[in-house]
Design a protein around this ligand. Structure first.
Ligand SMILES: NC(=O)c1ccc[n+]([C@@H]2O[C@H](COP(=O)([O-])OP(=O)(O)OC[C@H]3O[C@@H](n4cnc5c(N)ncnc54)[C@H](O)[C@@H]3O)[C@@H](O)[C@H]2O)c1
Length: 419
């Protein structure tokens, strides 16, 4: 009996314990959410508070950075751009000068020089081959204005002098739309001459050595009438320029205007159109890319190349001189195309091979200016070392090829001009 009571006692205690354990377990499960925080709170809560604080700080900092960025770009748009130093000319000496085609290769260098001299310069360009980038270092300057306009349409502004350069200049560009090339050189020139007559402005027309065609005499003096195929692929340009000259002298005679005609020979330098298909740009690009340098024909045909600062100097000297007949502006030192190809390859230092392709139609065989007139009447002759000029042009092309982002753009360099 006693033993039974003991066993019963043991069983009861065991059952009670099991019930207690189950109850405890249930209560733990049920109250876990409350129990756990109580259990880990001191460390976890502090940690969570720190994280939250850091997150808030980060949010605040992001908002502040955005505000500062907005302010900075606001300031940047208000801070005046810095410009190259220009001379100050009083109203008696300062001229208002129009340059048509001023966003092109030659035009943009002419802009630089006339701006540096302290004049007010207005550029009119349709950006067919020119770029705003070529003159961007002047945009916003009080003496400078850029007008997007096609010179085939009349323009009404007030000016003292006009340099008329608007015209595509390289064979692929002027052959791209031959009719437009003729219109630019005829209707465009009439508009420019009409404007000059209305304003009583002096006007200089950028003509070309192409008016001599494939010349039969050598070197070419201004008195030579030329040898042009009037229906060949280059005629739109050659004849266009010849008509431009004829118009200029017709206006001068009939309207008693002061005119200048510059017959420009091959010119090169930075800001040349990279794909203009002309000898210098072609050879430099091919050499920089280690591609074959392609010479059309035998390569024994000659060209005389001048660096762009010499040309700009000559154009301004002609405008300022008291001489109204056409003047050749070019470098009389003659090179064969083969020589040029080798020189450029050596300066670039690549592995390009020089290869010969079939000659171009109507490609002049010899080109060399007689610059006696320029020496005598405008006291001008080219001075710039061709090798140095080529090196500068190569550097420019190399830099242009390297750029693949807007922010990588190099600053436009302004050439040092004599005087
Ligand atoms: N660079 C040379 O070796 C060379 C040789 C002989 C003559 N030229 C003459 O010099 C002038 C400038 O030549 P470049 O080498 O600077 O050429 P370019 O193509 O770089 O410049 C010509 C400029 O005229 C602009 N233009 C063309 N058609 C126009 C139009 N209808 N209205 C307004 N703008 C127009 C172009 O956009 C460009 O900015 C041209 O008249 C060219 O015939 C140049």
């Amino acid at each position: 009996m006693k033993a039974n009571i003991v066993i019963l006692g043991i069983v009861s205690v065991s059952v009670f314990s099991v019930i207690l354990i189950i109850l405890k377990l249930i209560s733990i499960e049920e109250y876990t959410p409350n129990i756990r925080p109580n259990f880990v709170t001191p460390i976890a809560e502090k940690y969570m508070q720190e994280v939250e604080k850091a997150n808030n700080l980060l949010k605040e900092a992001t908002i502040r950075i955005q505000e500062l960025e907005e302010k900075l770009s606001n300031f940047e748009s208000r801070v005046p751009k810095t410009y190259p130093d220009v001379k100050f000319l009083n109203y008696v000496k300062r001229k208002r000068i129009l340059i048509t085609g001023g966003a092109g290769f030659v035009g943009s260098h002419l802009v630089d020089q006339l701006m540096l001299q302290g004049h007010e310069v207005i550029v009119v360009d349709n950006f067919f081959t020119g770029r705003k980038r070529n003159v961007e270092h002047w945009v916003g300057h009080e003496n400078f204005e850029l007008i997007h306009h096609d010179i085939v349409n009349p323009i009404f502004i007030e000016v003292d002098e006009i340099y008329h350069l608007a015209s595509p200049a390289s064979p692929p560009h002027y052959m791209h739309n031959p009719v437009k090339t003729i219109k630019t050189n005829t209707m465009g020139t009439i508009n420019v001459l009409g404007l000059a007559r209305r304003c009583n402005a002096k006007v200089l027309i950028a003509s070309t050595s192409e008016v001599y065609g494939d010349p039969e005499i050598h070197p070419q003096p201004e008195t030579y009438w030329g040898h042009v195929n009037p229906i060949g692929p280059r005629a739109c340009y050659d004849e266009g320029k010849r008509v431009a000259e004829t118009l200029t002298y017709a206006y001068a005679k009939q309207e008693k205007m002061s005119v200048r005609v510059a017959r420009i020979f091959n010119t090169f330098g930075p800001r040349m159109h990279m794909n203009d298909g002309r000898v210098v740009s072609n050879f430099i690009l091919q050499a920089l890319k280690n591609e074959d340098i392609t010479v059309y024909g035998t390569g024994t045909q000659t060209r005389s190349f001048q660096y762009v600062t010499d040309l700009v100097d000559g154009i301004i000297s002609l405008m300022n001189a008291n001489y109204t007949q056409p003047v050749n502006l070019g470098n009389p030192i003659e090179h064969t195309i083969n020589e040029f190809a080798t020189k450029i390859r050596n300066l670039v230092g690549g592995r390009s091979k020089i290869v010969h392709l079939e000659g171009a139609i109507d490609d002049p065989q010899r080109r060399k200016p007689d610059i006696t007139r320029a020496k005598k009447f405008i006291n001008w002759e080219p001075k710039y070392d061709i090798k140095m000029g080529l090196q500068k042009t190569i550097d420019y092309f190399r830099q242009e090829l390297k750029q693949d982002k807007y922010t990588h753009r190099s600053k436009n360099l302004i050439e040092a001009y004599p005087g």
